[in-house]
Design a protein around this ligand. Structure first.
Ligand SMILES: [Zn+2]
Length: 326
């Protein structure tokens, strides 16, 4: 069991996490940005912009944010550290790889496709124990991801490598699922490697509108992420809210994490921003504070107790990082 959690500015006691958003991003990009020598990224301007957006969360007493950006999707721990210093918000980054099929961002790097589980495990272990980059910033957990409706060969290797690393180092796993699918198959892999279910968040489960899917995962003892709130209309937030009301009424609030999968900035030249991202980011719901300004008040009106909200946003993140049983 762990009494501390690693943030980008160093370890803190799990009791100091406080109100935590478990799945938001500061910066993201499509894999391959790093080979575009013409890309101009005004780092100083973007740090200031993202810090201002994140600082708005302090009005709602948010103390910590997990940014589970995979390694090839624009992850930048030094950027996160600078934003954390400016805002005073704890930021936790991850080691781990993204999906190999099914979304425009998919593109499991060929370099990692040459690796077997043990080699990927060595990479994850080195990042977790020795840190990333010249500043040696250490991740606090491992990210895993699968595409829609099947788990790819390379995705499975990365999941098994993550589980073995998590077990050896007593760290947690948080996942990306696509199209509300493959949550139980992810869990099968992690549990077959010997992980405890309460050390795992099956992320983006709220994209699946069927509460039977959420229950079937939580009945096996893991956490699920309702962590694409406001992200898109598939499903509408009304469905997310109805599911949460019913799940809280049935006592599942101890296994649900609330977040929004926001992205503070995209690494594209303004004129090159893909239409998909323009459309996504044009939604008025795409802001870090949406959850607190609109969605949670709606849950409270619908009968979810303030205690249940606190359980989901304060106690669950602390218990998960501590590794304590449900
Ligand atoms: Zn995400």
């Amino acid at each position: 069991m762990a009494s501390t959690v690693q943030t980008v500015l160093g370890p803190i006691p799990v009791d100091r996490l406080g109100l935590t958003l478990m799945h938001e991003h500061l910066r993201a990009c499509y894999p391959g940005w790093e080979v575009d020598t013409t890309l101009v990224f005004d780092r100083e301007r973007e740090v200031a912009r993202v810090a201002a957006k994140l600082a708005a969360l302090k009005r709602f007493a948010v103390m910590s944010v997990v940014d589970p950006c995979p390694m090839e999707i624009g992850r930048d721990p030094a950027f996160m550290a600078e934003v954390s210093r400016r805002t005073g918000i704890n930021i936790i980054c991850t080691t781990g790889l993204y999906i190999e099929h099914g979304l425009p961002l998919a593109g499991f790097p060929p370099y990692f496709k040459t690796m077997r589980e043990a080699q990927i495990q060595r990479v994850y272990t080195t990042e977790l124990t020795q840190g990333i980059g010249p500043q040696r910033i250490r991740p606090g957990l491992i990210k895993c991801a699968t595409g829609p409706h099947r788990i790819g060969k390379y995705e499975e290797r990365a999941l098994r490598a993550a589980a073995r690393t998590a077990l050896a180092l007593d760290v947690r796993i948080t996942t990306h699922t696509t199209a509300g699918s493959m949550g139980s198959e992810q869990l099968d892999i992690f549990l077959s490697e010997g992980m405890k279910p309460h050390h795992i968040v099956i992320g983006h489960s709220d994209i699946n509108p069927d509460p039977a899917y959420h229950r079937s995962l939580m009945d096996r003892g893991c956490y699920v992420g309702f962590d694409t709130i406001g992200f898109s209309d598939t499903p509408p937030d009304q469905v997310r809210a109805e599911n949460l009301v019913a799940l809280a009424r049935a006592g599942y609030e101890k296994q649900i994490m609330l977040s929004q999968d926001n992205v503070g900035c995209w690494m594209f030249a303004e004129e090159d921003l893909p239409q998909l991202i323009k459309t996504l980011e044009s939604s008025p719901r795409r802001r870090y504070t949406y959850l607190f300004e609109e969605f949670v008040p709606g849950l409270l009106r619908a009968g979810v107790s303030a205690d249940a909200i606190e359980t989901m946003m304060v106690h669950n993140p602390r218990r998960y990082f501590a590794g304590d049983p449900l």
